[in-house]
Design a protein around this ligand. Structure first.
Ligand code: ATP
Ligand code: MG
Length: 230
C-alpha cells in the first residue's frame, strides 16, 4: 500500500517489445529522482512514448522492472498507481460533458471550489468563465468548442486537481498562437510544481525549463545532461 508516493522512478534493466515484435527498448537503466523535471527529446520512432507509457504502466516490460519509490509497478494496486502517476496525452482528451466534469475526471468527488481553484492555478479560469455557460458548458456543444490551447489548459487543470507525484506529459505538437503558447507554458510551470515530471518535449521553451534533458535514439538514451550542456 502506497500512502503518498514521493515520485522516485527507476528503470532497472528494462527491455521492451510490443507483443512478439522487435526489441524497442534494449536493457534500459534510468533513474529519475523525486521532483526532477525531465525533458525527453529525439526523432520520431525513437521510443519516447513507449518509455513514457511504461511509467504509466500502459504496458509491462518484457524484461526488468519499472519501480516507483522502489516498488515494482506490478506490485501496486491500480488505485495507487492511478493516484501516483498521471499521463497527459497530446490530444488532451476531453469527453462529452461539462468543462467542470472534464476537469474532475480523476477526482469525481471534487467540489466546484476545488475545480475552480485548479483552473485558476493553471490559468484556465479566464477563458472558462467566458464560455456561454461557464464551467457548465458542454465542450462538444455549439459555442462550447475549445481551441487546442484551451484543451491543453483544461487537461492541465485536470492533472493539477488529481495532484499526482509523477506527471507524464506528451506535449502537443500542434502549434499555438503566441498568447496561447504563453498561457500554456505558464500553466505548465505551475502544474510541474514539486512533482516528478517526464515531458516529451516539442518546444524549446519546455526543454529550457527542464532540470535534465534525455535524448533518445533507437530506443536508447544517447545523451543525458542539463539544458545548458546539450
Ligand atoms: P514520435 O516522436 O513519432 O511520437 P516516439 O519516439 O514516441 O515517436 P514510439 O511511439 O515510442 O516513438 O515508437 C517506438 C517504436 O515502437 C517505433 O518503431 C514504433 O513503430 C513502435 N511502436 C509504437 N507503438 C507500437 C505499437 N502499439 N505496436 C507495435 N509497435 C509500436
Ligand atoms: Mg510519441
Amino acid at each position: 500500500e502506497l500512502e503518498h508516493a514521493a515520485g522516485d522512478i527507476r528503470f532497472d534493466g528494462v527491455e521492451f517489445r510490443y507483443g512478439d515484435g522487435p526489441v524497442i527498448l534494449p536493457k534500459m537503466d534510468l533513474h529519475i529522482p523525486a521532483g526532477q523535471t525531465v525533458a525527453l527529446v529525439g526523432a520520431t520512432g525513437a521510443g519516447k512514448s513507449t518509455l513514457a507509457k511504461l511509467i504509466a504502466r500502459f504496458y509491462d516490460p518484457s524484461d526488468g522492472s519499472v519501480l516507483l519509490d522502489g516498488v515494482d509497478l506490478r506490485d501496486l494496486t491500480q488505485r495507487d498507481l492511478r493516484r501516483a502517476v498521471v499521463m497527459v496525452t497530446q490530444e488532451a482528451f476531453l469527453f462529452s460533458g461539462s468543462v467542470a466534469d472534464n476537469i474532475a475526471l480523476g477526482k469525481p468527488e471534487a467540489s466546484r471550489e476545488e475545480i475552480i481553484a485548479s483552473a485558476k492555478a493553471v490559468g484556465a479560469h479566464g477563458f472558462i468563465e467566458a464560455l456561454p455557460e461557464g464551467y457548465d458548458t458542454d465542450v462538444n456543444k455549439r459555442g462550447g468548442r475549445v481551441s487546442a490551447g484551451q484543451r491543453q489548459l483544461i487537461s492541465f487543470a485536470r492533472a493539477f486537481l488529481a495532484d499526482p507525484a509523477v506527471l507524464i506529459l506528451d506535449e502537443a505538437t500542434s502549434s499555438l498562437d503566441i498568447p496561447s503558447e504563453r498561457l500554456v507554458q505558464r500553466g505548465l510551470k505551475t502544474l510541474l510544481g514539486n512533482r516528478t515530471a517526464l515531458i516529451i518535449a516539442h518546444r524549446l521553451s519546455t526543454v529550457e525549463i527542464a532540470d535534465r534533458v534525455l535524448v533518445m535514439h533507437d530506443g536508447e538514451v544517447v545523451e543525458d545532461g542539463t539544458p545548458a550542456e546539450l
